[in-house]
Design a protein around this ligand. Sequence first.
Ligand SMILES: [Zn+2]
Length: 386
Amino acid sequence: MINPFQSKQITCPVCLEISEISVLISEVFGKYFPVTHEKDQYVSQWKWTDEQWQHINPYLYSIVMCPKCYYSNFIDSFTDKQKSTTKRQMRYLKEKLNEISGFEKDLIRKIAEVFLASQTDHSHETAVMGMILTIFYQRMIMERKDFAISYTLPGRLYLRLSWLYREQFANGQKDENNQCAVTPIVSDMLDTLRNFHSLNKQIETQIKTMNEESSEQVYTIVLFLEEATKRLAEKTEEILSHIDSARGQAGDERSAIIKKSYTLWNWLPKNEAQAVAMAADCFVQAANNDYEISEKGACKILELAAYLYAKIGNKEGSNNCLRQIINLCYNQRMNLMKKLQKNTSIAQKSDIELEVKRLNTYIEDITYQYKYEENQQSDNFPSADA
Ligand SMILES: [Zn+2]
């Protein structure tokens, strides 16, 4: 194989423009494969059939970005064959992105420029940037409560981000979590200013419904406030850059951009444990709310969430998931039993019996895990029947 990167034509679901970009060859072509799988699907080692590409880590290339509008996501979302719900979400996102201004717009542009400049040469930092921007877009879509939102995608994104952090940490890069105590306060200030900006925009659209004389007066005030907010935001930004340079950790451009995203988007997980926690929360939401997920699928996704919670020491979260799985299974078993009592053919009957058998084994398995977790939790407390 001459080049593991291939030129690919993509259609952006947001701006609908067609672009030519470089993407890493897909795993399905068998040019590389996982050597080991962890329980959360993380692959700690990949094997390339062609030795010369062994240094390429596929995880660094999972996100694709539109060079025109900077929308980013996994490659399979870059298609002109979108479901109508997705189309609606994308139109909404386009509108919201047009409203973004000032420092936030600036940050998005910086992330995109660095990301797009290294399409075939991503570092962990550029991969993290791509993931951050992708999560930012998904969060924007999720703000609209009336969309039928899937929590599976954000869960996958947070999980991927946690893997990137894990590898970054293993490579000896420093934890970005050590902030100056003032930084979160300034972040909150920026957050408030951003909210203010969006409220201002809302007034602006409402003004049109007022009579002409009073609308003109309000409009003058809105413009004045807009200008004042902009200057306040700039000054707040300045405070931040002073804090950073005073602490002597300006670093290179990439880590400066990542640090800036942490400041501006303070909901962002900054280390592996935080990202794992957010992934697990999303998966629980998905199991409970995503209407496309079957009961069986919900069990699988809850099992993953239980594993993730246990991994970061959140035993209560883990136990809640396991309990939920057991309940779901009891439900499924009851429904199967009801079916058995109806008049069914022998073939159907044996199918159902097989399924009940599978469920019983599964319930036993999960109950065992649940009891194990419980015991872990009560290590310091001798149990009553001991
Ligand atoms: Zn685009």
